[in-house]
Design a protein around this ligand. Structure first.
Ligand code: TPP
Ligand code: SF4
Ligand code: MG
Length: 286
């Protein structure tokens, strides 16, 4: 295991004291250290949100992109250099709202990236509007009489869309989360790690205490992570008992494996086409 200081930067996180995202930063850092991945071999990509500030707080390549586009940027980076470990970090609004299209298509493509979503069931950065995962009835700044929509179920969605590693962590248990993230990074294919990461300022409903009373670990519940139907049943458990841990893991070829343009190696190692080689291609546009 590498020293955690390997990934330390001078910039201090600007999150509110107690924000669940501290636990996620800790979990991602520990996962990289456990896998002994050097900062030069990691790219952390985010969108916009409190959670999306994370790449600024970790020593690695980073790309703080635009709202909802983190997975698209990460997909491009992975295709340009499949040797990079690409980790996407962002929020529930970023990934399951405005970024939903990219999220779904990256899963069906089975790109080899790891997506860690700090799911606080609220828009934190914009000061407390309902997000796609806010629970029905939740009174927020944008829903003064309570949310009337059914929330997105990211675990069930990931399962039906083709993610090959589907897991959930909790900021209150960063060591367990680090294991799950490390296994997600090790996994060859799209890994979703949805994390309950409480917003202590704007979500007074889904707090650390609320989760502590409810979460239990699938690893301790005799759950078969290779059984799709069992995973789907667990994905729908939401009430007095809520599972965390690995729901499902399977294997199929990644997008990078099957992309013809990558058969000759990573794009960044292929010779850049000469101007005269591009001419016949450009001619086809006239
Ligand atoms: C195109 C666009 N639309 C809206 C916004 C405003 N905006 C910034 S962050 C955000 C939501 C953040 O919520 P989430 O992704 O859950 O992150 P959190 O702050 O909760 O960590 C919104 C709506 C924006 N920056 N860009
Ligand atoms: S507003 Fe919420 S999500 Fe944003 S830093 Fe504060 S506690 Fe975290
Ligand atoms: Mg959020």
């Amino acid at each position: 295991m590498l020293d955690l200081n390997t990934y330390k930067v001078e910039t201090k996180p600007d999150w509110c004291p107690g924000c669940g995202d501290f636990g996620v930063l800790n979990g991602v850092t520990k996962a990289l250290a456990m896998l002994e991945i050097q900062p030069k071999n990691v790219l952390v990509v985010s969108g916009i949100g409190c959670s999306s500030n994370l790449p600024g707080f970790i020593k690695a390549y980073g790309f703080h992109s635009i709202h909802g586009r983190a997975v698209a940027v990460a997909s491009g980076a992975k295709l340009a250099n499949p040797e990079l470990n690409v980790v996407v970090t962002g929020g529930d609004g970023d990934g399951y709202g405005i970024g939903m299209g990219h999220f779904v298509h990256a899963m069906r493509r089975n790109l080899d990236i790891t997506y860690v979503v700090m799911n606080n069931q609220i828009y934190g950065l914009t000061t407390g509007q309902a997000s796609p995962t806010s629970e029905k009835g939740h009174v927020t700044k944008s829903t003064p009489t309570g949310v009337i929509e059914t929330p997105v179920n990211p675990i069930a969605l990931a399962l039906v869309t083709g993610a090959t590693y589907v897991a959930r962590g909790f900021s209150g248990d960063p060591n367990h989360m680090a294991e799950i993230i490390a296994n997600g990074i090790k996994h060859k294919g799209f890994a979703l790690v949805d994390v309950f990461s409480p917003c202590v300022t704007f979500n007074k409903k889904n707090t650390y205490e609320w989760f502590r009373e409810r979460v239990y670990k699938l690893e301790e519940a005799d759950h078969n992570t290779m059984n799709f139907e069992a995973a789907m049943r667990k994905a729908h458990e939401w009430g007095p008992k809520i599972p965390i841990g690995l729901f499902y893991k399977t294997e199929r070829p990644t997008y990078e494996d099957e992309e013809p343009a990558l058969k000759m190696g990573p794009l960044h190692k292929q010779p850049f086409p000469k101007a005269e080689d591009l001419k016949p291609i450009l001619q086809t546009f006239f």
